[in-house]
Design a protein around this ligand. Structure first.
Ligand code: FES
Ligand code: FES
Length: 153
């Protein structure tokens, strides 16, 4: 077992974990942050995307021990005082989800993208989200949601 200390959604945690434990399993099983989904466990689908020190990371590609000393943000930490993050509102308003399985990862990847490129073109949005799979929506309304936030409307 290895000791880790990290900050998740603004709260500090300290735990002993198996060195092989993936960050996504640590978030879900130890912190009960089940809003971060597991779709594939093999770095393909993007359902597990979180922010690590502000950067988008597929949390099934990182061990929990590698997250020690870092700041993690999950979809469950982005609302402020009960008010949705603008990206959550935009997904809701644009019907950017159906089953919702991909949505936490899509939202986190979209937030990260706009931090790097606040005014993306539609092709840039599609390219930035190419690591996040959605089996339901056909992506159209996801792209519209991101455009809405980028345009600040
Ligand atoms: S569960 Fe991590 S990329 Fe699919
Ligand atoms: S809404 Fe079902 S996978 Fe995207």
């Amino acid at each position: 077992m290895r000791g880790i200390q990290l900050r998740v959604n603004g709260r500090d945690y300290e735990h002993e974990v198996e060195p092989r434990m993936l960050l996504v399993h640590y978030l879900r099983e130890r912190l009960n942050l089940t809003g971060t989904m597991v779709g594939c466990n093999t770095s393909n689908c993007g359902a597990c995307t979180v922010l690590v020190d502000g950067q988008s990371v597929k949390s099934c590609t990182m061990f929990a021990v590698q997250a020690s000393g870092r700041g993690i943000m999950t979809v469950q930490g982005i609302a402020t005082n009960g008010d949705w993050h603008p990206m959550q509102t935009a997904f809701h308003e644009n019907h950017g989800l159906q089953c919702g399985y991909c949505t936490p990862g899509m939202i986190m990847a979209s937030i990260s993208m706009l931090q790097e490129n606040p005014s993306p073109t539609e092709p840039e949005i599609r390219e930035a989200l190419e690591g996040n799979y959605c089996r339901c929506t056909g992506y159209e309304n996801i792209v519209k949601a991101v455009q809405q936030v980028a345009q600040g409307s």
